[in-house]
Design a protein around this ligand. Structure first.
Ligand code: AMP
Length: 115
């Protein structure tokens, strides 16, 4: 069950602040508050999806559209040429902490281990 009180739900409702990179009616992209790389941006859908697993089951078309927005954010960040890492965590072994689906965009250094 989706928890309306998770941190990213609060960010979407503007109950908590964030540094916005990009926003439209489907997604919000903002800087991670505890960056694991020189550039660390999170992209989240505005729909109530707990994780990738939940999102792909509910709306495969929505996932496709979402990832095209992720590509747009990557363009805005200007990291395509140097490279970047995309990460999304699901569940306990995946290490997911915030239970609102999100993709991490990590860039700005050579990454050698899982972020
Ligand atoms: P995950 O482990 O995939 O659930 O990652 C959650 C991410 O959310 C972590 O990288 C946190 O640093 C980040 N985070 C937690 N709280 C905030 C916040 N208020 N604003 C921005 N990023 C946050």
């Amino acid at each position: 069950m989706y928890d309306q009180q998770n941190v990213f739900a609060k960010i979407l409702r503007r109950e908590l602040p964030c540094r916005v990179v990009y926003e439209d009616d489907e997604v919000l992209a903002f800087y991670d508050a505890f960056p694991k790389a020189p550039i660390h941006v999170l992209v989240i859908p505005k729909g109530e999806f707990i994780s990738f697993d939940d999102f792909i089951s509910a709306s495969p078309v929505g996932v496709a559209s979402f990832f095209s927005k992720v590509a747009h954010v990557i363009d805005l960040l200007g990291v395509k040429e140097a490279g970047y890492r995309l990460v999304t965590n699901h569940g306990k072994d995946g290490g997911q902490i915030v239970k609102h689906f999100h993709v991490h965009i990590l860039a700005g250094k050579r990454m050698s281990d899982v972020a």
